[in-house]
Design a protein around this ligand. Structure first.
Ligand SMILES: NC(=O)c1ccc[n+]([C@@H]2O[C@H](COP(=O)([O-])OP(=O)(O)OC[C@H]3O[C@@H](n4cnc5c(N)ncnc54)[C@H](OP(=O)(O)O)[C@@H]3O)[C@@H](O)[C@H]2O)c1
Length: 334
């Protein structure tokens, strides 16, 4: 019996240490206690995962929260949960499908008409490693939702954000952007063989490049924009990957995922921090890994690539370059 004591206690210590270390390495809780009464916040993809937790954190701080999601039922249910947990009645659901330029325009039009202000826009929604799907307008799904959808939405809401300044835009990227490359010859994967991993990485690199270029364009307006990697979290993001769907790997690897991955609540701390921290009021165009500012990949720092991506994106979503407001988008032929 005694011979098991040492190994068991070593295993126990390792597990306990990992749990403690996990939160330390992950960056822990948002250090800011700032509240946001009277501020209007939009969080995309807020029915689950990091988006839902971000909406909850910001609702606790007194904001008027708009959950922007594609599934109306899940969105209403999440809003109800958040109202119940925070006792903040100013939390509501709105329909937004980022895989449809029409839906994005309808959502933005409603916000512009009905909301007095928009103080914080959290571009959180994403799809990861899905099969070779396309959006309603024919864009490759990951590039279309993760980058182009948020690119159009943000541009349509810019005047409102400027009128509400100081205001903030937070773009959820990923560490995966470092493996990304923007292929201007084939942004939508129409020529080369589809690689679902590379498509995700490209879309997340595009998010950082968009952040950088937008920040340059917003200088002097009082609107800031930053990108972040939230850490690796236990969410539904891996729903299209084999590992996530297999009962065997769920059973066998579940405990390791629990040990090594952040909870959605912890992964929502960086978005919350960028949204509220007073010390970040004039910080813009930066990339954060968790709560810490960090240099992104060299391609993400390339201003020429960022400018070109902006021009291509504006063309694809049909943005009027002068006002960022009209146009209907260019369907991709398949
Ligand atoms: N989890 C991680 O380890 C990790 C790591 C790095 C970066 N991130 C980033 O963190 C963000 C949040 O991810 P998560 O882990 O919370 O993922 P998640 O649990 O899968 O949540 C993603 C959200 O995006 C929504 N969404 C997907 N397609 C949409 C569309 N066409 N229109 C509107 N909403 C759409 C989903 O809605 P449905 O539920 O209706 O599909 C869901 O609400 C993402 O930008 C992700 O890339 C996450």
């Amino acid at each position: 019996m005694n011979r098991f004591l040492l190994p068991v206690s070593v295993v126990g210590t390792v597990i306990g240490g990992t749990v403690l270390l996990k939160d330390y390495v992950a960056g822990g809780a948002c250090p800011s206690k700032a509240t946001i009464p009277g501020r209007t916040v939009i969080v995309t993809g807020a029915n689950t995962g990091i988006g839902k937790q971000t909406a909850l954190e910001l609702a606790k701080r007194g904001g008027n929260i708009i959950l922007a999601c594609r599934d109306r039922e899940k969105c209403e249910a999440a809003a109800k949960d958040i109202r119940g947990e925070t006792l903040n009645p100013r939390v509501r659901a709105e329909h937004l499908d980022l895989a449809s330029l029409k839906s994005i325009r309808e959502f933005a039009g409603k916000i512009i008409k009905e909301e007095e202000r928009v103080d914080i826009l959290v571009n959180n929604a994403a799809v990861m490693r899905c099969p070779h799907w396309t959006t309603k307008d024919g864009f490759e799904m990951q590039f279309g939702v993760n980058h182009l959808g948020h690119f159009l939405l943000t541009n349509l809401l810019l005047d409102k954000l400027k009128a509400s300044a100081p205001s903030r835009i937070i773009n959820l990227s990923s560490l995966a952007h470092v493996a990304g490359h923007i292929d201007f010859e084939d942004l939508n994967w129409q020529i080369k063989k589809y690689d679902t991993k590379a498509a995700y990485c490209q879309s997340k690199l595009a998010v950082v490049l968009f952040t950088k270029e937008l920040s340059r364009r917003l200088q002097g307006t009082g609107v800031t924009v930053n990108a972040l990697h939230p850490g690796v979290a236990r969410t539904e993001l891996g729903r299209h990957t084999g590992m996530h769907n297999s009962a065997f790997s769920g059973f066998m690897l579940g405990p390791f995922f629990w040990l090594l991955f952040k909870s959605p609540q912890l992964a929502a701390q960086p978005s919350t921090y960028l949204a509220v921290a007073e010390e970040l009021e004039s910080v813009s165009g930066k990339y954060f890994d968790g709560l810490r500012e960090k240099a992104p990949s060299p391609e993400a720092e390339d201003e020429e690539v960022a400018r070109r991506l902006w021009t291509e994106s504006a063309h694809l979503v049909g943005l009027d370059m002068a006002h960022g407001s009209s146009g209907r988008g260019h369907s991709i032929s398949r």
